[in-house]
Design a protein around this ligand. Structure first.
Ligand SMILES: *Cc1c(COP(=O)(O)O)cnc(C)c1O
Length: 459
């Protein structure tokens, strides 16, 4: 018999977590204005809010931290990171930034002007924020299959090439900042983009004289799915697949807090020196000198090591199988869950879970609040609150997907924790008919409202 996969690591240090009571949680969430971002972390038992910056670093990463070179310019840590980025992504030029959105800020300061269009697959919320803040428009060209939560498609994150070509064909190229493809497609449910789709998107972009950028936060998970699902890649190494993906792009932005398994950090990779030089000025203004840009030397060292650990097949296999383990448990209970399961998270379909709650009462947020009060599990709403208002009409946008995302931190929780989470979700499912009303907005910020919103429960 084939032996099962298992974690290719053992645990060297533990952090105790507090198991609160339902009564405590009900008080805490009220004090937090029914916004899960407002909770203190010690008020959360299992924290699946995000997989961003929440991973556990390895002994090798911690030891790399001790070897950090904190020189202002030309630190050895910078060169170590430069070598790792070149090796893993193939990009010759890079700028360090303090996290992924900072990479977007610096790169978009060069590329995005007022009135521009930025087509791609579903833009991540900070990506869209940086585009809309510059009064440009993010055009979502994701394939239609992505909005069907039960349809099995191996690469639901793909760009619809016809939709993309329509945007490119019907607008002058100087109006298109760049084409940006997110791998994996987080907003569509952590769904991968195929190699052939990346190749075709690059071809189309270049045909119309537009730069092609990859938003790469989960590039290693994307490479894992290509290896498993795309013809011709089964025998290829994850790093070879990653290098091929990046070979089609003119640049990349990276949130290192995801697949590079560090708690803070990001970078921009560039094919050409010209764009790198233009962006360097903004990096100096916003982030720091070009050889540290928002990162300390020790953090660049940990990141260089993390890029290698995050692209190990055995690690990716155990991680993505843990996500699948949770997804399968929840599915077996008859709970509507987005399929295929994503690389970093399970997405529960709130429209189907709570069909009686109207979209104006934010069913996904309502459900996320129930998971918290039931068992101290913190997920996040990926739905209408996050989709925000239309920048022009100021009307609420109601996206096709209204989900609660349970994102798994890397190397942090065991499958016993996953069993617990599945039982919490099941308990809520069993009493779903008693959940009759949703929530109402009390206060919201003009942009990216979901982070700081105040809500009220309707009765
Ligand atoms: C997290 C993320 C970002 C932003 O990165 P931060 O490090 O959180 O600033 C951008 N794009 C995608 C796809 C992400 O997942």
């Amino acid at each position: 018999m084939d032996l099962p996969f298992t974690e290719p690591f053992k645990i060297k240090m533990v952090e105790n977590i507090y198991r609160s009571t339902k009564e405590e949680r009900e008080n805490w969430i009220k004090d937090a204005s029914f916004n899960l971002f407002n909770l203190k972390s010690e008020q959360v038992f299992i924290d699946l809010l995000t997989d961003s910056g929440t991973g556990a670093m390895s002994d090798k990463q911690w030891s790399a931290i001790m070897l950090g070179d904190e020189s202002y310019a030309g630190a050895s840590s910078y060169y170590k990171l430069k070598d790792a980025i070149k090796d893993i992504t193939g990009f010759n030029f890079f700028l360090p930034t303090h996290q992924g959105r900072a990479a977007e800020n610096v790169l978009f300061s060069v590329l995005v002007k007022e009135g521009d269009l930025v087509p791609g697959n579903s833009h991540f919320d900070t990506t869209k924020g940086h585009i809309e803040f510059r009064k440009a428009i993010a055009v979502d060209c994701t394939i239609d299959a992505a909005s069907d939560t039960t349809l099995w498609h191996p690469f639901k994150g793909n760009v619809d090439l016809e939709k993309l070509e329509n945007v490119l064909k019907n607008n002058p190229s100087e109006k298109i900042s760049c084409v940006i493809v997110t791998i994996t497609n987080n907003t569509a449910g952590g769904q991968p983009v195929s190699m052939s789709n990346l190749r075709e998107v690059a071809k189309l972009s270049h045909k119309y004289g537009v730069k092609f950028i990859i938003d790469s936060a989960r590039f290693a998970e994307n490479a894992y799915f290509i290896k498993l699902r795309e013809d011709g890649y089964a025998d290829k190494d994850i790093r070879d697949i990653a290098r091929e993906m990046f070979s089609y792009a003119d640049g990349m932005t990276m949130s290192s807090k995801k697949d590079a398994i560090v708690n803070m950090g990001g970078f921009i990779g560039f094919r050409e020196e010209g764009l790198f030089r233009q962006a360097s000025t903004y990096n100096i203004i916003y982030e720091g000198f070009i050889t540290y840009g928002g990162m300390s030397g020790r953090d660049m060292n940990a990141l260089a090591q993390g890029l290698y650990e995050g692209t190990e097949f055995s690690y990716l296999e155990s991680r993505i199988n843990q996500v699948g383990y949770l997804g399968t448990k929840i599915k077996v209970y008859g709970i509507p869950v987005l399929e295929p399961f994503g690389g970093h998270a399970i997405f529960i379909d709130a429209k189907k879970f709570l069909p009686d709650i109207p979209k104006e009462e934010f069913p996904a947020q309502t459900l996320a609040l129930e998971f918290y009060t039931e068992g101290g599990v913190r997920g996040v709403e990926i739905g209408a609150l996050m989709a925000d208002r239309d920048p022009v009409t100021r009307q609420n946008r109601f996206p096709d997907l209204e989900t609660v995302r349970l994102a798994l931190p890397r190397r942090v929780y065991t499958n016993n924790h996953m069993d617990y989470v599945a039982e919490v979700v099941r308990n809520v499912f069993e009493r779903k008919d008693q959940i009759k009303r949703g929530v109402k907005i009390k206060w919201e910020a003009p942009i990216m409202r979901h982070f700081t919103i105040d809500l009220e429960r309707l009765h």
